[in-house]
Ligand binder design. Structure first.
Ligand SMILES: *Cc1c(COP(=O)(O)O)cnc(C)c1O
Length: 422
């Protein structure tokens, strides 16, 4: 499509909506959409990708256009830099095109900003928010800090207990924040059931869908109202940018957009261009890193040092059945728990690795490892879970990148051997 260029983007020109109403971006399978989405000729000109529109100021041809520009607040219309330009619109449109059921997508400068922006769009003082107990730690901190300060009460629930979740609703429960799999402990929850309960009780369901991305888990199609992604992870994919996104159907998309504009959220066009570039290969990268992760998980399952492998793609792993039922793909992020309750075993293992970097992020081309102690960040569900030995508590989270699987296995093998306690 990129070759059929017409005019460059004009002020308020036709067909400039960032919503998913363009034929080319919404058609075909997910990988076809990854390749085509957001590449409107009026945004790309005669080249494949939209240029980086580095713009704070948009100029109007005359005062009549200036007045008109101030009156309308539509997607894809130039106004002022905070409402973006074709580079950001193209990324938002591409993300909408891979999220079935989305009317639009709002971009934020980080994943945490997307979570905050979405929660602030749906909550008001006096409301109760239900938060999954396996939530990303900064989401917990936000619920217990920022939201509590504005009069929102956060209550945590066990992600595996559907009945307990239903029982926790009260008159004031207005929103639920899900995350599946949890990005540390990897429990898969029954999202369609939880989202249906939330809807029946009149609460908005938001999901942090960073692990699966819309390719692996079409969250809106599975019943959620708002799907949040940290683009820093799989979409960027190269550990060189920070960004977040939230998508919704018409009603929630409008609210997200209004709130983001009120908060002054905007992303840099350079980062938007990088994210768009990452998005084009995300499907391939996810397939490769998920396949390697599964191979590593299988290998870890056979090690005496390992008590539990927490990898939804692995048959027999907690959540595997729900993952098979609801997901179309996985990714390279999973955890395992040590058989020893030696508090330093995970640290020693991670320090002994040489191909895995030590860092908090994930979803990049390079593998990472992180010692984890989930018990420290849970309040509504037991850790270790019921049925596990009490010492099976600490472990390591791996973000598997694009390296050769055999090299990663060899690195883990030498780390286990070299740190074995006498
Ligand atoms: C990293 C992460 C985020 C936050 O994204 P940033 O872009 O780092 O702010 C949110 N949710 C999950 C599950 C994450 O792993």
């Amino acid at each position: 499509m990129g070759g059929r260029s017409r005019s460059a983007a004009r002020n308020g020109g036709p067909g400039m909506s960032a919503k998913n109403d363009s034929g080319a971006s919404g058609k075909g399978g997910p990988h076809t959409r990854l390749a085509a989405a957001g590449r409107r000729p009026e945004w790309t000109g005669p080249v494949v990708n939209p240029p980086v529109w580095r713009a704070s100021t948009h100029l109007y041809p005359d005062t009549a256009a200036l007045k008109e520009g101030g009156r309308t607040n539509e997607d894809g219309r130039f106004f002022y830099g905070r409402r973006g330009a074709p580079t950001q619109w193209a990324l938002a449109e591409a993300l909408t095109a891979i999220e079935p059921g989305a009317a639009g997508t709002v971009l934020y400068p980080s994943g945490v900003a997307a979570i905050a922006g979405a929660l602030l769009a749906v909550l008001k003082p006096g409301d109760v928010l239900l938060v999954t107990d396996n939530a990303y730690e900064p989401s917990r901190v936000m619920a217990n800090g920022l939201l509590r300060r504005m009069g929102v009460e956060a209550r945590f629930f066990d992600p595996r207990d559907v009945d307990g979740f239903a029982a926790q609703f009260c008159e004031r429960t207005k929103a639920v924040l899900l995350e599946s799999p949890g990005s540390l402990t990897m429990e898969v929850c029954d999202v369609p059931a939880l989202a249906a309960i939330a809807r029946e009780k009149g609460a908005v369901s938001l999901i942090d869908n960073t692990w699966a991305s819309p390719l692996g888990f079409p969250a809106l199609e599975r019943g959620c109202d708002i799907a949040i992604t940290s683009l820093t992870k799989h979409v960027g994919g190269h550990s060189d940018l920070m960004m977040g996104a939230a998508s919704g159907g018409e009603r929630w998309y409008r609210r997200l957009r209004q709130t983001a504009q009120a908060l002054g959220q905007v992303v840099s066009p350079d980062d938007a261009a990088l994210a768009l570039r990452g998005l084009r290969t995300m499907g391939l990268r996810l397939e490769r890193s998920a396949a390697t992760a599964l191979a590593l998980a299988e290998w870890l399952e056979g090690r005496d040092e390992v008590a539990h492998v927490l990898c939804p793609m692995l048959p027999g792993s907690p959540g595997h059945e729900l993952w098979r039922r609801d997901f179309a793909g996985g990714c390279g992020l999973f955890s395992f728990i040590f058989a020893s309750d030696d508090a330093e075993a995970a640290d020693r293992f991670v320090d002994a690795l040489s191909l895995f970097g030590i860092g908090f992020s994930w979803g990049g081309f390079e593998s990472l490892a992180l010692p984890i102690d989930p018990a420290k960040v849970r309040t509504a569900s037991a850790w270790p879970p019921a049925g596990w030995a009490p010492g099976h508590r600490r472990g390591v989270r791996l973000s598997v990148g694009l390296e050769d699987p055999a090299d990663l296995v060899a690195d883990m093998e030498q780390a286990f051997t070299g740190t074995r306690q006498a």
